[in-house]
Design a protein around this ligand. Sequence first.
Ligand code: DX5
Ligand code: ZN
Length: 225
Amino acid sequence: MRDFRISPSLLAADFARLGEEVSAVVAAGADWIHFDVMDNHYVPNLTFGAMVCQALKPYAGNALMDVHLMVEPVDDLIQQFSTAGADVITFHPEASRHIDRSLSLIQAAGKQAGLVLNPATPAYVLENVMDKLDLVLLMSVNPGFGGQSFIPNTLNKIKQVRAMLDEYEHQSGRRILLEVDGGVKVDNIGEIAAAGADIFVAGSAIFGQPDYAKVIAQMRQELTK
Ligand code: DX5
Ligand code: ZN
């Protein structure tokens, strides 16, 4: 069985109690903490920056800080989040003039680097930067808001990208992880995993329930089927 990871998105947490929310979701079994950075420019919404990431890092324990940059441009914020405790940094290729350089900045800082593909972004943008990718994040909604419905065509995209990553692993011996973000719930996580995902971002599905441990356990249960 693959090594699955669950990354609750703080976008759906109680912003007045973020530290407690991070502790609670880690105690409930989260592997990663998904931190959605929105700039009201690349996406039509505004969230939090590197200072908030730094403040929350001590609450995350052994969970990795999974920073999803929905900002343009990206390079300055890559530097800021690298020193603010990010473990994983992903960005959208449309938001960087020089994708290879931005990925190199993340890796030079010793962080896991990834590209995020929107629902309509073609997978070929990955082809010439495979050596610089630790993961690929596939958006299963259009970025900017939590609580949207999973776009069904994403299942085809997951299979397509998984095949590319498997081919690369076959040649290089190096596995690139596949993360899926948007509309992930207990009732669809199984088919998302079957299509080839390793890491599951879930915001409203986890923080919208009173018992985080119960939802995360239900998700893991689906992943063992
Ligand atoms: C959307 C964000 C997602 C969002 C997911 O732009 O990247 O991480 O929080 O929220 P849910 O799980 O509610 O769809
Ligand atoms: Zn996200």
